[in-house]
Design a protein. Structure first.
Length: 357
């Protein structure tokens, strides 16, 4: 097991990823189950996966309580060969825990777990034993994640005996941790991502650095339709906004998870351009909401005048911009950036090819 230095003075009072992983590690030494509590899409699962890999456990064994009934915990009972007693047919996830390898047993959506299933989990979480008596190895660590009652999909109150067996930990990653996660920390193999997805991830991170309020912005309670000006802007790109479109606009909202999904889906549309194409705009609206889509589109249009690689690809587009620049100094600085960018033109990560340069 890794043994990170716990810098108490820096970590106390924090609930970001660094502090969270330090607590998870300390709790793992004591075989104490930890439940992360945070809003939907905050990155709880991604943080648990990252911590699991850092612990040498690979990806976690994920168990979703809302999809289980009591037999999924205890196993299916069947009589012994001589019919003298009952045995239990273990579910797959329990076999994985007993395969002799280190693991993180991850109970996701814990606040949606029915009380009857919670009762079956008491023995596993409290005594580290399965229904058939098999004991969890010492290198299998238990962690979980849940949303607060107001944001859980189907909240089930957690019983007092269960609460008394868990370490609950509020979780809220900092903006920097989110940016680091989007550009590699959450990803087991960054190089395995397509060049398009890597380019979109870097672009979205650069955009959200300028608009951090859009990293996570839950819809207002009771909000049914977008404001008129935003609706009109959206309507201009797709035509009439009917009731179905209004529902899309109402339901989608930005979160760390939603932005990661944006990058995954937009990767299938190609490299980022100088603006969002209508199809790309609709994708962002459907995942992060209309405000996010409009702001991202505006950012791309603004960034066009400060992107040296785009100037190398489309020099004619910059004639008017540079001719009407506020000062000669700005023109000189931008020209210098273009010259410095030329050696990096290798056709990768959205950059121009040497031929284009």
């Amino acid at each position: 097991m890794t043994n990170p230095t716990l810098e108490a003075a820096d970590l106390y009072g924090m609930n970001g990823s660094k502090a969270t992983k330090a607590v998870l590690t300390a709790a793992a030494r004591a075989l104490m189950p930890v439940i992360l509590v945070s809003y939907p899409g905050a990155g709880k699962t991604a943080t648990i996966c990252e911590w699991s890999r850092e612990m040498g456990c690979g990806d976690p064994i994920c168990v979703v309580g809302s999809q289980m009934d009591p037999t999924d915990v205890a196993g299916i009972p069947y009589p012994s060969r001589d019919h003298s007693h009952t045995k239990y047919l273990r579910p797959v996830w329990q076999h994985q825990c007993l395969d002799g390898q280190p693991h993180v047993l991850f109970f996701d959506e814990f606040s949606n777990t029915p009380r009857s299933v919670q009762a079956g989990l008491l023995k596993i979480i409290g005594e580290r034993r399965f229904a058939d008596g098999a004991k969890l190895p010492g290198d299998v660590y238990i962690a979980g994640a849940m949303n607060p009652e107001g944001t859980a999909a189907s909240y089930e109150s957690i019983s007092a005996p269960m609460c008394n067996r868990l370490l609950f930990l509020s979780f809220s990653p900092t903006d920097k941790e989110f940016f680091d996660g989007m550009t590699g920390a959450w990803i087991a193999d960054w190089s395995a991502l397509s060049a398009e997805e890597r380019a979109w991830r870097k672009l979205v991170v650069d955009f959200l650095r300028t608009e951090p309020q859009l990293i996570h912005k839950e819809p207002r309670e009771g909000a049914r339709t977008p404001d008129a000006s935003a609706r009109d802007a959206y309507a201009s790109s797709i035509g009439e906004v009917d009731e179905a479109e209004r529902e899309v606009i109402r339901l989608a909202w930005p979160s760390p998870r939603a932005w990661e999904n944006v990058c995954r889906v937009l990767a299938g549309t190609g490299m980022p351009g100088r603006e969002l194409a209508p199809l790309q705009h609709r994708i962002v609206v459907g995942l992060c909401g209309m405000e996010s889509a409009n702001e991202l589109d505006d950012y791309l249009r603004r960034a066009r005048t400060s992107d040296p690689f785009d100037a190398i690809r489309h020099p004619a587009d910059y004639v008017w911009d540079l001719a009407h620049a506020p000062s000669a100094t700005e023109v000189t600085e931008f020209a210098s950036r273009v010259v410095r960018a030329i050696p990096d033109c290798d056709g990768h990560e959205g950059r121009p090819t040497p031929e284009e340069a």
